[in-house]
Design a protein around this ligand. Sequence first.
Ligand SMILES: [Zn+2]
Length: 275
Amino acid sequence: MSIRFIQMADPQFGMFSSISKLTEEEAISRSREGLTLRYVEQEFDGFAPETQLFSKAIRYANEYKPDFVVMCGDMVHEADSEDQRNELFRITSQLNKDIPIYWVAGNHDVGNTPTASTLNAYRELYGKDNYAFQMENYYFIAINSSVCSDPSLVLEEWDSLIGFLEIELKKASNMNATHKVVFLHHPLFLETSDEPDNYFVIPFQRRQEIISLLDQNKASAVFSGHLHRNNYRNIKGIEYVSTGPVGYPLADDPSGIRIVDLDVTGLRHHYLSLE
Ligand SMILES: [Zn+2]
């Protein structure tokens, strides 16, 4: 049996508007950080571009009929904006009821430095942030990478996350799962697993702990978002895939979604533009 799913990331309702309000100096300083700012036209409020893009993504999913959709974080730009969240959920409710959607926490959903209170708020809205599920002989694990990125205010959350990941990967190994796939928001790294820390990736020490579990248990792939562009690495047989945004792109890749197929022969995926 094969499984097919759609990975999405960063619909980030409110980001287009926020970018439209940057001053020229702010825009220039973002460009110096290597970000390509597009669609900066007239200043505007709301989230019309996100509505259009995410609606298109959901319409595509309804036609394609995947086994599930996974949304790899940054659902909204401002976690405390009820308007942004209502729009996210309004459009999500148009997904056919027989297609499950799995939420993964992003830094815009729980903060760059999560606290007990941001994590509680997230869990009330979206459910668990660390969880696993199986389909056929395939094993999927989602973790909250903002806790990996900066657990300074919730140290016990990091301990429970890494313990959870270890247990679930072992279970998947023990049942001889055909594929073990991990979903998170932040990529573990951009180029090489030992690269220096930067805003985009999980810091070295916790990154190494995660990678060593992935290596030991021969994971198939790790899917992330956060970059607002595509990025691909294959290290020790594990595919590390960062997928461009449903929402605002920060490089040359268009807004889009990723189609993934898994079967006993392997894992195939491609990026589909929403533009
Ligand atoms: Zn992010």
